[in-house]
Design a protein. Structure first.
Ligand code: XBP
Ligand code: MG
Length: 224
């Protein structure tokens, strides 16, 4: 084992309720009556990527938009990202149980650390800036908009492997969702899943390990 590659949303922290609040606040700021409740957002999370999620919502609801949809999607998503960033900086988002200690233990053992996420680099910088004092622990940060296809496509994990210059067999992925597990497996990686609020009822049959959280390090390092 030479490196750990972490997903962000749902894995490092329970971020999706904050994302949902930020989406709804951005819709209100735009003067739109759209509101995503928990159940609607759970369905929409099948589409990874906030911009793709907004577009999917508009298209499947057959909503008429005033101007070009592309412009509205970009404007809404940037507004949502600004609002989400303010919420995270407001300290409403702790790391999930065991994450900080696992990062520290991995560093002690000389493992390299990377991120492979669908969210934006801006969101990663904000979250890790608040939760870990910055992103210095993570040598590689591969984000959704850096690759042609988002999860469940393997692209973002393949990018992380390329930038680490490591083979999949030398790395271990950490995920919270079936989309993320499929992406990691598609890249040939072993993957530990810690189900999160929106993914606890999903199926993780081909996960190498399913853990409630990352507090118990023994089974993780036993994967070797
Ligand atoms: C989960 C996602 C992201 C977030 C929202 O990413 O699918 O789209 O829901 O963030 P991860 P953006 O791979 O970290 O689980 O609005 O920035 O996409
Ligand atoms: Mg995730």
């Amino acid at each position: 084992m030479k490196a750990f590659i972490f997903d962000v949303d749902g894995t490092l922290a329970e971020t999706e309720e904050l994302h949902r609040d930020a989406f709804n606040a951005a819709f209100a700021r735009e003067g739109l009556s759209w509101h995503w409740d928990f159940h609607r957002y759970k369905d929409l999370l099948a589409v990874s990527g906030g911009k793709e999620r907004i577009r999917h919502f508009v298209e499947t609801e057959n909503i008429e938009t005033a101007g070009p949809l592309d412009d509205l999607v970009v404007r809404l998503h940037q507004s949502k990202t600004d609002i989400y960033g303010a919420m995270v900086r407001g300290g409403r988002l702790p790391l999930r149980a065991g994450v900080a200690d696992l990062v520290a233990e991995a560093k002690r053992r000389g493992l390299r650390l990377a991120i492979a996420t669908t969210t934006s680099r801006e969101n990663v910088d904000t979250l890790l800036g608040v939760a870990l004092g910055g992103t210095d622990d993570f040598e590689v940060i591969a984000c959704g908009d850096m690759v042609p296809k988002k999860k469940p496509a393997p692209d973002v994990y393949l990018l992380a492997l390329r930038e680490l210059e490591l083979g999949a067999g030398d790395c271990l992925a950490f995920e919270d969702s079936s989309n993320g597990l499929r992406a990691a497996k598609g890249a040939g990686l072993r993957c530990i899943v810690t189900p999160a609020l929106y993914t606890e009822d999903e199926h993780f049959a081909d996960a190498d390990l399913v853990l409630t959280d990352l507090r118990d390090h023994a089974p993780i390092f036993a994967l070797g």
